[in-house]
Structures are given as C-alpha cells and as structure tokens.
Design a protein around this ligand. Structure first.
Ligand code: FMN
Length: 413
C-alpha cells in the first residue's frame, strides 16, 4: 500500500478506507445478517446494499427494541382507499451498536437533490455515503443511475458535490463513489480526475467494464494508474473484482498501489474469507451457516432472504442443498441441518420474523371455499371465467419479474 502520500481530511465521524478489506455492497446478499457475520469474521468495513433514493424518501425511522436495530420503513397498500389494509415494508435496517463506525450506506440515484434528501435520512446513523456508479442492469441504468452515470460524468460529479456540500459539514461523514473501469485507460483517467476533484474521501474501482459479466476475469491493467490519480488528490482507492480473501486483498492492493480491497462474491459464498490465516482462515460451510442462521433468527430476518443466502453458501454438490431450497421456515432449516439445539429459537424466530403468519395466510388462501350460497356460486363462476381468460392471455401480468425489480439483484447470475 502506498504510504507518505497526501490524504484528504477524513471528517470526524467518517472512516478512512486505507488499509481496509471491506464487504462489497450487494443487493439481497448484503442485508443486515450478512454484514454482521462479515464483521464478526474480520471485515474492516461493510457496505449496505444499494438503496434507491426514491425508496428511501418518505420512510420513517424507528428503533426496534426486540432486535436492537434501526429500521426505515413505509406502509405499502394495495388498496389506497384503505391504508389499514396496508403492509409495512422495511427499506433499510442497521444495527447501531454492532455496525457503529463500520457501515457505509450506498445510494442509487441520478439526481443531486434527491440524493441529498435520501442521504439526510440515514447520515446520522452511518459512517459514510457511497454513490453507486457501477450497476450495469437496465432497471438501474434506464433510470440514469448506476453505470449510466459513467456516461454522464457531469451529473455524477454534481451528485457527489451536492452530497459533499450538504452532508459532510452537517453529519461529519465522508462521501465516496464506486465505479467500473471504462474501455480505455485514458477515458478512465479523465473520469477519475473529475471525481477526485469533487471532495470525496474514497473511490472504489470494480475492475470490469460495464458490458463485462461477473464470470469474466477482472482486468487490473488500469488499477495502478487509478490509484496514482486518487493519491494525487489524497483520495483513498479500494480495488474490487475477483478478490477472494482478506490476505489476498491486502497483497493485491500492495502490488497495484491501491489502499485496500473490497470483496463481493467470495464473501457471499463464505464470509469467513475475512479471517486471516493466523486466525484460522476459511471455515467449513456448516460452521459458517450455523452462525449465519443464528444471526438471522436474532435479527428477525425475512425467511426468504435467509434462504436465498443459504443457497449461495451451500454448494450444489452437498446433498442438503436441494431440500434446503424447499424449506419454508427456520424450524425446517434447523431440522434439515441437524441443528436440534436451535429448534426452540427457530420456533420463536418463525413467529418474530412473520414467517409463521405468512405460512398461515398461504394455507388459508389454499383452503377450498365451503360457502354454497347462490351469491358465492355466482362469484365462483365469474372467477373461473376470468381465470380461463387469463390462461389464454400469455402476456406477463407484471412489467418485470419481482427479482428483476431489485437493483443489481441479478449481478450474481
Ligand atoms: C448479489 C450481488 C449484488 C450486488 N449488488 C450491488 C450493489 O447493490 N451495488 C453495487 O455497487 N454493486 C453491487 N454488486 C457488485 C459487487 O459489489 C462487486 O462490485 C462485484 O460483484 C465484483 O466483485 P467480486 O468480483 O468480488 O464479486 C453486486 C454483486 C452481487 C454478486
């Protein structure tokens, strides 16, 4: 790692990215339990999943006494005339004690004013605000966010400048940006110079171009130049792309003159990659999975999210992988994995996380109707006719499948 170089001042409540190996922002895979586990295994800092400014604006902040977490939530209603029927949707969660001084909030935005408005809602509870300028998926880029910002550098700089002007003095935290490399080193250099001049304290470079897929190897040819430009301005530079462990990250950063490294996929599969060899290195998946399940239950994590992550952590070669995907609640998972000592906690977690209620609602929906009144018969007849029609109509009922509506959610595929 470079030493004896210029550094921009780090605001009082902010963090310096230098010398750190950090957990990458990951939609779905970077929810609270994954971040807490990464910290437990030695991640120096953790990024939250990209949260779009519009989703954040209008949320209410509250402290959850049971889980000791801060939650930003809103009421969602299918029936706007009757908000009582509305369900609560938690947009962002953090653990103020366990993530203190370690959490960076990543924002998805294409507008300086909205970015400031959204950042203001969480700035007092996090250690930095990062702007996503690297997501290549159409649902992000079509809104002018993510990697689209690499093609509109003036807009990206205006967003960073607005955050530096409005958020830094009031909340005393730093602003950073996460980018991808451009096609040529010359183009990337022009961009990085502009970004560094905005007053940011850190820049992460994902060493892939926007069209590159995750399975293509990262390109490190531009990295030294990017780190050198960052250092000219005193900005910390984190490298990202195919880093597999804390030790490898520190070694690569040293080799290419960067200040630290960021890990995504390797940490998604096994977050103990943050343990050094001295600490025992990578742990077997069963041990990691047990820790993960405990944290999920303690934090009342949504079961669907827990199961998604478990499916990343357990290899397809393991015989339990297939039945794991069919589990419906924490009790099922603990039983399947032989975690009998956690069964009582699992039963409670199923109640606390709303999993049990959800299963009951689903069962009630499946239950056949017993009402035989003439009105009910008439309703059933109408429903059948509508459903027959719907079957003939092959157009999708939703403009996008649920998974695709999540920014960056499919980057792993
Ligand atoms: C499941 C998943 C979700 C991701 N979500 C985000 C995100 O919200 N914001 C972002 O900037 N990058 C996101 N990324 C990209 C990663 O942060 C990282 O840049 C990329 O995976 C390269 O790092 P790796 O080679 O260590 O996987 C995501 C990646 C994955 C695998």
């Amino acid at each position: 790692m470079a030493s004896g170089i210029k550094t921009v001042p780090i605001p009082h409540r902010g963090v310096d990215y230098r010398g750190k190996v950090v957990l990458a922002p990951m939609v779905r895979s970077g929810e609270l339990p994954s971040r807490l586990l990464a910290l437990q295994y030695g991640a120096d800092l953790v990024w939250g999943p990209e949260t779009v400014d519009r989703a954040m604006i209008g949320t209410t902040r509250r402290f959850n006494e049971k889980t000791k977490t801060l939650e930003w939530f809103r009421m969602c209603s299918n029936n706007v005339k009757d908000p009582v029927d509305g369900k609560e949707s938690i947009i962002y969660r953090l653990h103020p004690e366990k993530e203190a001084g370690k959490l960076i909030f990543q924002i998805g935005t294409s507008d300086p004013e909205r970015a400031v408005q959204a950042a203001r809602l969480v700035a007092a509870d996090v250690s930095g605000i990062d702007v996503n300028a690297g997501c290549p998926k159409p649902f992000s880029t079509s809104g002018g966010m993510g990697a689209a910002l690499l093609r509109t550098p003036d807009k990206l700089c205006a967003i960073l400048e607005a955050l530096v002007k409005e958020i830094v003095p009031e909340f005393e935290i730093g602003i950073s940006v996460k980018i991808r490399i451009l096609e040529t080193a010359a183009e990337t250099e022009v961009l990085v110079r502009k970004l560094c001049a905005t007053g940011i304290t850190g820049l992460t470079v994902h060493c892939r171009t926007t069209p590159m897929r995750p399975r293509e190897r990262a390109i490190r040819g531009q990295l030294r130049m990017i780190a050198d430009v960052c250092h000219e301005y005193g900005v910390a530079c984190l490298m990202n792309g195919d880093v597999e462990s804390k030790e490898q990250g520190l070694k690569l950063a040293e080799e290419f003159g960067a200040d630290g490294a960021m890990i995504a996929t390797a940490a998604e599969i096994n977050p103990s990659c943050f343990r050094t060899a001295e600490e025992g290195g990578l742990l077997p998946w069963r041990e990691v999975v047990e820790q993960y399940i405990k944290i999920c239950m303690d934090t009342h994590n949504r079961f669907a999210n827990t199961k998604y992550l478990l499916a990343q952590m357990v290899s397809g070669k393991e015989p339990v992988r297939k039945p794991l995907v069919s589990t419906k609640c924490y009790k099922d998972v603990c039983k399947l994995l032989g975690l009998d000592h956690l069964m009582d906690r699992a039963a409670q977690a199923d109640i606390d996380s709303g999993t049990e209620q959800h299963l009951m609602n689903m069962a009630a929906k499946r239950k056949p109707q017993t009402d035989n009144s003439p009105q009910s018969k008439q309703n059933k007849k109408m429903k059948t006719t509508i459903s027959e029609k719907a079957q003939q109509d092959t157009r999708p009922t939703s403009p996008m499948p649920e998974k695709a509506q999540q920014p960056c959610a499919q980057l792993a595929s």
